[in-house]
Ligand binder design. Structure first.
Ligand SMILES: [Zn+2]
Length: 422
């Protein structure tokens, strides 16, 4: 038995926000009450700390199989726990891609050994070929939680429509990375800074919002649910809002880096600030924050994308891979750039990092209640934290190293077990 004493218990599902005790037994929360006495229970003193549902991240890259020099499922899970996450959804752009039941089963075998809940999507098209749909039904039955070709946008509108129809038939949804290659230059650099500073053609906004506009309207026509991954442009927020207004089943996520920083970060942090879609303009950063506030964007997801230092530290920055390690800074970025900045309440932030993403996938997660799962994150919301390069992830490709952020995870508890402690 584990007794968490005297913490500020916050549950976005019920709205509970009260100093309480929480008693955990056999992987479940058995009691939440102002004063619990339980002889012999292991005790956590949570005085002055927030006790929240374990965080849920629906967009991570754990690189297994195929690129385990960057990360593997074990180190990815450790990074998640260190960041306060108890449930994550892996993307399928591994090598080989997760396109068939055999590969999926290997991945899930590895995932079930971890102490947190590690789930995965499968690809929409076979080996990311952009043409032939995978066997959605077989992959769902074998344990995939959804479908995405994240990393490689789907160019064929015909394939997008077929995928949505198939997903709808099976009561699931597809998630899309929206960057039309035909409208883009070199990825990872927003078009403005690309032109002015790097003298290249960069990643355009229109590549994102034009492809997104196509896909939300296909969702409208097919009445299928589509989830938009890591949107980054002001116009993209408007597109999602428009589609939702029409009654289309469109949901959207934003990554912490896109509500925290702009393209200028490339000038100080180099390739660690290179990502797809790229960091954009201040007007875009403001717009995604407004999207979070209005509810157009319901989910915060990290797009945790670890890379080896040797790959990032190449002489020609245009050759460096895109992406940043994100699980261990996500909560702090939310606390710093949304809560401390006065944009969202702490409860609203937690909703977008716990209950909303869990609800999207129908996971038994993301809330605190008696008889509910004992997946709990305990953190100090006010602590100052200097981000250093000591991550549980194999990777250190974070543009936030050296920055002082708010918030420190103290304990992560999953299935009733302490899986991280600081
Ligand atoms: Zn992506």
């Amino acid at each position: 038995m584990l007794l968490i004493k005297n913490g500020r218990v916050m549950d976005p599902k019920s709205g509970l926000d009260q100093v309480c005790d929480v008693l955990v037994q056999d992987g479940k929360i058995v009691k939440i009450a102002p004063e619990i006495k339980e002889e012999g229970a292991e005790m956590i003193d949570a005085t002055g700390l927030v006790v929240a549902p374990g965080l849920v991240d629906i967009h991570v890259h754990f690189r297994e199989p195929g690129q385990t020099h960057k990360e593997d499922i074990h180190t990815g899970a450790l990074a998640a726990a260190a960041g306060g996450f108890t449930t994550v959804v892996m993307m399928a752009n591994t090598s080989p891609t997760i396109s068939d039941v055999e590969t999926l089963k290997e991945v899930l075998d590895s995932a079930t050994k971890e102490k947190i809940n590690v789930k995965t999507v499968a690809t929409i098209t076979k080996n990311f070929n952009g043409q032939d749909l995978t066997d959605f039904k077989a992959l769902l039955e074998a344990g995939a939680v959804g479908f995405s070709d994240d990393g490689i946008p789907l160019e064929s509108s015909k394939v997008v429509k077929e995928a949505m129809e198939e997903a709808k038939k099976l009561n699931t949804f597809i998630s899309l990375h929206e960057e039309d290659p035909g409208l883009n230059g070199i990825l990872g650099f927003n078009e403005n800074i690309a032109k002015e500073h790097f003298h290249i053609c960069g990643a355009t906004g229109v590549a994102e919002y034009a492809m997104m506009a196509r896909d939300v309207m296909i969702a409208y026509a097919t009445k299928a649910h589509v989830h938009i991954q890591h949107l980054s442009k002001e116009e993209s927020v408007n597109v999602v809002e428009f589609a939702q207004g029409l009654g289309a089943k469109v949901t959207a996520e934003v990554a912490p880096q896109h509500f925290s920083k702009t393209e200028a970060l490339l000038l100080t942090q180099g390739s660690n600030a290179k990502m797809n879609p790229p960091l954009r303009l201040e007007s875009d950063r403001r717009a995604v924050i407004e999207g979070l506030k209005s509810g157009v964007i319901t989910v915060i997801a990290t797009d945790h994308a670890p890379h080896h230092a040797d790959e990032k530290n190449v002489e020609d920055i245009t050759k460096a891979p895109s992406g940043m390690t994100g699980l261990e800074t996500s909560l702090s970025l939310g606390l710093t750039y949304l809560v401390e900045a006065g944009e969202l309440s702490l409860m609203e932030l937690l909703e977008k990092m716990t209950y909303n993403p869990a609800k999207l996938y129908n996971f038994e997660a993301g809330y605190l209640a008696e008889n509910g799962p004992a997946d709990i994150t305990i953190f100090d919301a006010k602590a100052d934290r200097l981000v250093d390069s000591h991550f549980a992830s194999k990777a250190t490709n974070s543009p936030f190293i050296g920055e002082t952020l708010k918030g420190q995870v103290k304990y992560t508890i999953c299935k009733g077990q302490i899986v991280y402690q600081n």
